[in-house]
Design a protein around this ligand. Structure first.
Ligand SMILES: [Zn+2]
Ligand SMILES: [Zn+2]
Length: 229
């Protein structure tokens, strides 16, 4: 099943240019089986996403993009609004109580200090430093493909995920209809409910695709055994 896991609508994100209906209609048009709406700090009422699911015939799941001291995190399972920057450990406890999941959003956005430029080799990641970011010990997964990320960020995310015991998702971070489905998460199993979806994400039974540039994660079909941390 092909899922868009990261996008914003005008319902809860002032930075977005599409309504929820435009988003889901576009998701259907580009062949997706499911879409997660992840507004900044604003939850979705489950009845509202269920109505969208029924109307458009694909699974619509409400998540949230929450700011923490370790960066932004995509969160599923919480249905109350968030007003301040969250303590990530507290957020983890609340998500666990709700049976939800957490994925590090674009974990290297703005993290140019974690790469260096070599005149011969080009951009060289500081992998040892990058894999030790504390957020990776707290989340269930990390976004390897974010539709707004430049190549060095995609490379760094993929290389880091290779070394971690968590899996990598894809999400376009779409704020307008043209970007919906640029990056997707491909689930191995069919899911019919939000709870099924959380189960598959927790278990890491998925891969990611960057459909704009034809790139997949894991690149060789399977992720290697995680290196010692
Ligand atoms: Zn973000
Ligand atoms: Zn976002």
């Amino acid at each position: 099943m092909i899922f868009e896991m990261h996008c914003h609508t005008r319902h809860g994100s002032a930075c977005s240019y599409m309504t929820p209906e435009q988003l889901v209609a576009q998701a259907v048009k580009v062949g997706l089986d499911g879409v997660c709406i992840t507004e900044h700090d604003t939850p979705w009422d489950r009845h509202a996403t269920e109505r969208l699911s029924e109307h458009f015939g694909i699974l619509v799941i409400g998540g949230m993009e929450v700011s923490t001291e370790y960066g932004e995190v995509l969160v599923w399972g919480l249905h109350e609004p968030i007003f301040d920057m969250q303590d990530i450990h507290d957020l983890r406890r609340r998500v666990d109580r709700a049976g939800g999941v957490m994925v590090a959003a674009h974990p290297f956005r703005g993290a140019q200090s974690l790469v260096r430029w070599d005149p011969d080799a080009g951009i060289v990641p500081k992998l040892d430093q990058a894999v030790r970011l504390p957020i990776f010990k707290i989340v269930d997964g990390m976004e390897v493909f974010n539709g707004m990320a430049p190549d060095w960020e995609l490379d760094l995310s993929s290389a880091v995920c290779d070394r971690l015991p968590i899996m990598g998702t894809g999400g376009s971070d779409a704020h307008n209809v043209d970007c919906v489905g640029d990056c997707v998460t491909v689930l191995e199993n069919r899911v019919a409910t939000e709870e099924d979806f959380y189960e598959e994400i927790k278990a890491g039974r998925y891969g990611a695709e960057h459909r704009l540039i034809g790139r997949r994660y894991p690149a060789n079909g399977a992720k290697g055994p995680p290196a010692k941390r």
